[in-house]
Write a protein that binds this ligand. Structure first.
Ligand SMILES: Cc1cc2nc3c(=O)[nH]c(=O)nc-3n(C[C@H](O)[C@H](O)[C@H](O)COP(=O)(O)O)c2cc1C
Length: 405
């Protein structure tokens, strides 16, 4: 595996091995995968999680959240002088908030779901949390026929914390094999499945959608428009308002009027509002903002791109503020168009930020590679925050919207 700092490779492999092994054995360890190792001097940092009371980040192995002196916590001191905090009785008495949200005409029990391509194809993450607790599960993008994806290396950590670049290339078993071998397990576990669809051409999109239309179970389709269109010199569907609108209208005629269709957009556009408006005109019920940001790494020793594919997509914490601003712009300009946000969500705080910027639901992506319980943790942190603030996600949607001078 190529790394920008080759000296870290052994640390990463060792810690991944150790932590994946211990996670599957105890079922309780949080994994802090390659991304956290890119911090500091390459030493594995241990696990992190948010303080359940005030949401400040802390290192689990190092203890405590001394910052957690919010009005619902009771600070107490350990013999070694360290201050910890526990929820006060007042906090414990608070009732669980109603986390339900609407995304268009679709009702979800809560707004938190994993992002496509980061949570497996089916029930792979079932050992790490009850899949029925999540608002939905967006599965890896599906094409009409099986697709192998790109050659390795296709995923690399960045030096920036909790961030990575990938050019996986959408490998998947195809709609038919997926619906026979992966979907049943998800449905048995009570998951609410969002099927993600892609193609190399408009015809391939239609073919995949036609196959999917015959599959019972998914509550919505997410159309992954960040695909190079082979008929148009690899231009992304998500970069061309005319093609995007036309493709969505054709997909609508396959999907039928009742099917919930989300258009997943690319963040790398000069005018996200124009693209979102075109998606709405193309009959999308919601837009997912956003896919990865195009990027590239160079292996300077080999004098060639580090990813086998050359270009890739940047994801994780580094892209979060960029995506918050896109969500904000679209919700400000088209408040009637629901937004599902994706980009660098690692905590309940990140999700709340997206809701306040105008998102109706929030996807957790790269964080799942660091911690297979990340999506559940984000949900728990959101619930706890709402409990403490005596509010609910519906009241947070667009709460930060005010004209920017
Ligand atoms: C390894 C990897 C694979 C991905 N595969 C898909 C995919 O199949 N379909 C899709 O629409 N998005 C895919 N994405 C994009 C994510 O769904 C998400 O939009 C993006 O990573 C931003 O969210 P994040 O910063 O939380 O990861 C993938 C992302 C990563 C990192």
């Amino acid at each position: 595996m190529y790394l920008k700092r080759p000296g870290r490779c052994r640390d990463i492999q060792r810690s991944v091995r150790t932590n994946y092994a211990s996670a599957s054995q105890t079922g309780a360890r949080v994994l802090w995968f390659v991304l956290s190792i890119t911090q500091g001097n390459g030493v594995f940092h241990g696990t992190e999680s948010g303080c359940s009371v005030c949401m400040h980040w802390r290192r689990e192995n190092v203890q405590p959240c001394a910052a957690c002196l919010c009005r619902f916590s009771t600070p107490y001191s350990l013999a070694n002088g360290v201050t910890l905090s526990r929820p006060s009785p007042e906090h414990s008495r608070m009732t669980d908030p109603d986390l339900s949200v609407q995304v268009g005409r679709l009702s979800l029990a809560n707004p938190i779901m994993p992002a496509s391509g980061t949570f497996g194809q089916g029930a792979e993450f079932a050992d790490y949390g009850d899949l029925s607790e999540l608002g939905a599960i967006v599965v890896k993008s599906l094409s009409a026929h099986p697709w192998a994806g790109n050659a390795a290396p296709r995923v690399l950590p960045l030096d920036e914390p909790d961030s990575m670049i990938n050019a996986v290339g959408l490998p998947n078993p195809g709609v038919l094999r997926w619906s026979a071998s992966h979907l049943p397990a998800l449905l048995r576990l009570g998951a609410r499945v969002v099927a993600s669809v892609w193609g190399h051409t408009a015809e391939e999109f239609i073919e995949a959608a036609t196959l999917l239309a015959a599959v019972e179970g998914p509550i919505a389709w997410e159309i992954n428009l960040s695909c190079p269109n082979l008929n148009r010199a690899n231009e992304l569907f998500a970069h061309n308002v005319v093609l995007l609108r036309q493709l969505l209208l054709e997909l609508r005629s396959v999907a039928g009027p009742g099917r919930q269709m989300w258009a997943k957009l690319s963040p790398a556009v000069p005018d996200i509002v124009a693209i979102a408006a075109a998606a709405a005109e193309g009959s999308a019920d919601a837009v997912t903002i956003a896919n990865t940001i195009p990027g590239m790494l160079v292996d300077i020793e080999r004098r060639q791109p580090a990813l086998a594919n050359g270009y890739g997509g940047v994801s994780g914490r580094i892209i979060h503020p960029v995506i918050v601003s896109l969500v904000y712009q679209v919700h400000m300009a088209i408040p009637s168009l629901p937004v599902v946000a994706a980009g660098g969500v690692f905590s309940g705080v990140d999700a709340i930020e997206f809701l306040m910027a105008g998102a109706s639901a929030v996807q957790v992506g790269t964080a799942n590679f660091a911690d297979p319980r990340a999506t559940h943790r984000v949900l728990n942190e959101l619930r706890e925050w709402c409990r403490l603030h005596e509010t609910n996600p519906r009241d947070l949607i667009g709460a930060a919207q005010s004209p920017i001078r």
